[in-house]
Write a protein that binds this ligand. Sequence first.
Ligand SMILES: [Zn+2]
Ligand SMILES: [Zn+2]
Length: 268
Amino acid sequence: MSPKNDFEPIPFPKSGDWLAEHLETGQSFEDFVSIASAKPDIHRNKIYLQPLGDFIDGQSPSLEKLKAYTASYFMMDVEILPALPITGSNITSRINPYTRNRQILTSDVLTLLKKRRHPDAFCVLSITMEDLYPDPSWNFVFGEASNQDRVGVFSFARYDPVFYTEKRTKDFKQVLLRRSCKVLGHEICHMFSLAHCIYFHCMMNGSNHLQESDARPLHLCPVCLRKLQSSIGFDVVDRYQKLLDFYNTEGFENEAEWVSQRLKRILK
Ligand SMILES: [Zn+2]
Ligand SMILES: [Zn+2]
């Protein structure tokens, strides 16, 4: 079960990339074990997805698909909560002066999620097509989480070319789903106390911009997979098989090819 050939080293950072701007020393498996990392247990073992505002078919990723992906990636129960409306809620919003789009204040969402968290929640991720801001002095933010409280809010608004007044490509639906899956997977891994990865080209690499994030794979490297497996205790082969089904169903050809290759090598 050698990881040889299936994993590439992390690319050397170009100017503007995450590692060019952030000095990260890495988190080895031993480092990970030595911190009291958050683990699901018999009381808290469910991942909740909390839609915030509307998810319009054709403009947003399918919630059912995000649920299927999350369940396969983490091999845990995933539930989609009824959507929280923004109008009439106590969530602060503003109109961004540059984009003229409505934006939601992240801290208000995090407070609400903490208050409403189900007792059996391992974590709650709010997902939204609204743009976000963390503080009046900021232009925007892709998302914000409290990994300690295991709640977070993430926006997919800027994964749609229309946001930048660009045209949607033919494969728009798939691109949006892939980007959304990637951010969900990455952020939920943080809730299991996985830090950014500096060892391989891996979903847990930090990213500073959309291009860098798009270049990141959906898979975890051997170091990060070992951390996640030690927290959840899933069967690695079962997990790969479930992910393969998902990738095949969604036409994620490169990802399906990678997992098939990996499975062949593991099962040899
Ligand atoms: Zn991160
Ligand atoms: Zn990694």
